[in-house]
Design a protein around this ligand. Structure first.
Ligand SMILES: [Ca+2]
Length: 145
């Protein structure tokens, strides 16, 4: 049976150290040629460049993906898409509220702008006030007839 003695152990250790020293971490030393929009991954004797999310390319050259043009965005159908480096933004169109992924019509009647004795009806972005039976509009509120 093989019994390692002090000399073979020393050879092993020296060999391991040499193999370890052969690998230069290009990602840490800054000697890599990855694009500024790429991530560097060190590997034994080499390294890889991978374009960051929202970018496309081979790692040496990375360009922004225009999600608004490519259709890979997830903006709501009633939102505008704005491209940006590595990302994109969704903004609900006028008269709508939400985070751009979800847009809904602003409820203009929610705070009862018509006052008492009136019903509020949303009309596109504005509202219409209708006095209940027995009341009429005096220009600002519904008053008893
Ligand atoms: Ca983009």
């Amino acid at each position: 049976m093989f019994q390692p003695n002090a000399v073979t152990l020393l050879i092993w250790i020296t060999h391991l150290q040499t193999a370890d020293q052969l690998d230069v971490n290009e990602c840490q030393s800054g000697s890599h040629d990855c694009h500024s929009s790429a991530s560097c991954f060190n590997s034994p004797g080499s390294f890889q460049c991978v374009c960051k999310a929202g970018h496309t390319g081979d790692g040496r050259n990375c360009t922004d993906v225009n999600e608004c043009q490519s259709g890979s965005h997830d903006c709501h159908s009633s939102a505008s898409c704005f491209n940006s480096p590595g990302s994109f933004q969704c903004v609900c169109k006028d008269g709508l509220t939400g985070d751009g992924r979800n847009c809904s019509v602003i409820d203009v009647c929610v705070n009862n702008p018509c006052g008492p004795n009136a019903s509020c009806t949303q009309q596109d972005r504005s509202f219409r006030c209708s006095c209940v039976t027995g009341y009429s509009w005096n220009g600002s509120v519904c008053t008893g007839v």
